[in-house]
Design a protein around this ligand. Sequence first.
Ligand SMILES: *Cc1c(COP(=O)(O)O)cnc(C)c1O
Length: 351
Amino acid sequence: MRFMSEKYASLEPYVPGEQPQDRTYIKLNTNESPFPPPQAVLDAVAEEACRLQLYSDPDARMLTRKAAEHFGVQPEQIILTNGSDEVLNFAFMAFADETRPLYFPDLTYGFYPVFAELNRIPYRCVPLREDFSVDPCDYLYCGGTVVLANPNAPTGMALARDEVERIVRADPNRVVIIDEAYVDFGGESVVPLVKQYDNLLVTQTFSKSRSLAGARLGVGIGSKELIAALHCIRNSTNPYNVNRMTLAAGYAALCEQPYFDACCRKICQTREKTAEALRGMGFTVLPSQTNFLFVASDRIDGETLYRKLKERGVLVRHFNKPRIANFNRITVGTDEQMQTLLALVRQLLEE
Ligand SMILES: *Cc1c(COP(=O)(O)O)cnc(C)c1O
């Protein structure tokens, strides 16, 4: 590339799940919620749009206070970002370098190695156990900054709170980042531990359980010291990182918790029914505490299943990677969407 700086020549950007426009698919490939935001959120966004000539509050005071209340911490322990991807990038910039490399599993969120490369931070990929679970012992005394998605993606499997606590407590001189993007679908949050451990940063997102993927809103929760460091990076990057309408949407969403609790319960029910049906067809289905299932069959290979479902209008996520090339990650949609999926899978197995 003629114009791009040499220092980024080898950058391999993150590849998001497809968002094709050629036809309407049943989209089970990016773990969005199948349920729209509640009316109160839509009204708040419309109302806020009338003030778009003004910058958003760079301190996001209203939503920060609300989020602090929601998570049971002080406002100084909260940072709001443009999706949780942004807080993860800020955290990598702030808390990792040559002397504190990043440690994360070989199979996890694909953005971690990308952010590490972008920021020139060395990283080590620690293999998951044979059964795809995280072994906490791998992270106790590794010496670097730890990043764990909990529950993990794309496996859907989670560590219990006391296992995470063991990792955080083992070495108080390094930061442990716990990415709780999927925690509302059955995981155990470690947010209550931030009071006790100043080296723990928890990230969450409004994209999955709160039906706001398109609004881009993430949150970091940690000790005042960690959060101050993240605000320093944020204010050196983009002080208006969260736009007005998203701040309003986030505030309204936190006022509608019962609606989202009901959505999560529904998704968990649908998930269990779908998992049972797939197991009935001979699929290996990893135990999921998320809004997706990670599945494989020895009757049809992963790539073929992905391709044939796409031809028939259903998008799932296939990763062409060692250990998991035979798997597909399937977002849990509505009951009706999953019935369509199951019928197609049954058909494909019979072909
Ligand atoms: C979806 C996801 C995120 C972040 O999503 P945002 O939309 O940027 O908030 C972070 N971590 C994991 C593991 C995810 O799956």
